[in-house]
Design a protein around this ligand. Sequence first.
Ligand code: ADP
Ligand code: MG
Length: 534
Amino acid sequence: MESKEKKSFEDFGLSSEMLKSILSMGFEEPTPIQAKTIPVLLMGKDVIGQAQTGTGKTAAFGIPIIEKVDRQINSVQAIVLAPTRELAMQAAEEMNKLGKNKKVYALPVYGGTSIERQIKALAKGVHVVVGTPGRVLDHIERRTLSLKEVKIVVLDEADEMLDMGFVEDITKILKTTPETRQTLLFSATMPEEILKISKRHMKSPERIRIATDTLTAPKISQIVYEVRNADKLDALCRLVDFGSEGIYLVFCHTKREVDEVSQHLRLRGYGADAMHGDYTQAQREAVLKKFRDGRVDILVATDVAARGLDISSISHVVNYSIPQNPESYVHRIGRTGRAGREGVAITFVTPREDRQLRLIQSVSKAQIKRGKLPSREEVLGAKLTSLEDKINEFIDDKHFDKFVALAERLSAKMDPKDALAALLKFQLEGFDKPVEQEAPASLNDTGASPGMARLFLTIGKEQGVRANDIIDAISRRADIPKQMIKGVSIFETFTFVEVPRDSAEKIIEMVHRSIISGRKVAVAPAKPKATSRR
Ligand code: ADP
Ligand code: MG
């Protein structure tokens, strides 16, 4: 046991190259899990490390691994196993930053991407492999990867790997490593079952735990709103509009829900994108890149897709659907408030989910406050204030000569106050705002019957709309006979219709952003998956 906690990276006796890397990564001092585990790991002991998400577990094992790699030996000396491709990628990235000055290289090896390229990279010789169990085993079986010289094995996010049924693969992988290896296990939660299994593979491991009463980070303010299912989308929009600007990660239970919520947000003019299990590796990387680059500020995802994502700029986590269990709650909200930043965790609960919320509260010891949604008036007030600020900035800038003539014409015709008010409404209601049409669903693949296309409209039962209103509006605006509009299915907040494929473009052009039953409606090609899957 450490008698005194080390306070600085210098105290660990690390190499100067390593200290240089740590410095250039901007780490000022070790996090608690790093302070406690790094000395024990450097001594060569097996460790079971438990600390909440976002507390720097990767560097906790990454630093000792890189220090222990012998660059003179051209073989894999450490292997890190992680449950998902994203986690493997992120851990490899972090380790490569740490290993930069020592010229130690970590290769990520995961499924869903070309195995040939990985084989080539492995053949060149790497010191550290970070991979998902399935793909690692695949390489071992093809004899493109040998773990005979491995000194350290890490099971990262061990609980998740167990959940995902990787136990058998992991056991097989461990069998190919030397008995003398050092075995490490890191996780945010540590169910009994994992401890039992892991002890079979470890030599009198030291258990290092960062106390559970700090399981949820104090810097995350946690708020719960009671919202009916049908009101969730509106509630989300209000909170985004009302809240400070930020980067939102929104969690839903099902892939279908993820698709629906992200599509709705896009149609309402928000920069939103989605990620779930049906996304290919290339698609996921593209979404993540957009998110990191700030081109998307709302990411809607399932737990599996978002597990372990380290995007340090996330300001808000939204539990659009309440997490299934307290561990999942802790994992989800751990996506915000990373590396010392402040974060907000918002949870929507329906009245029936109150018991689940109490369970989460008692197990995670979370301080969750009840919040009241801002009213429409308050949201409008907030928008007007920010609009006023922007206009003031603009006026200070004085670059509007080109518009003076039009302003004179308008104010000659009407009270300038009215002209200005009309302009403000135009601005605020976003009539000029192009709805993001990036990667639109294709009209040829909407899941409609042959010769037809299925369209998605952002209006539903909640707005009191009926099938006839929709058929009338489409027929009138696009000038097509009513009987050609089929399969109207109206949901709480949206509607699907089938129209002849030949007229679909025209219908979208004429009906998109028009008013139906007093409500401005967006229209887009439906995604085929949206209704056929749960
Ligand atoms: P975990 O695996 O515990 O969920 P990560 O290893 O993904 O956490 O680290 C979360 C973030 O914190 C990363 O961006 C990482 O670079 C950063 N980080 C790690 N250690 C430190 C440190 N000592 N000081 C500041 N930031 C750190
Ligand atoms: Mg981690």
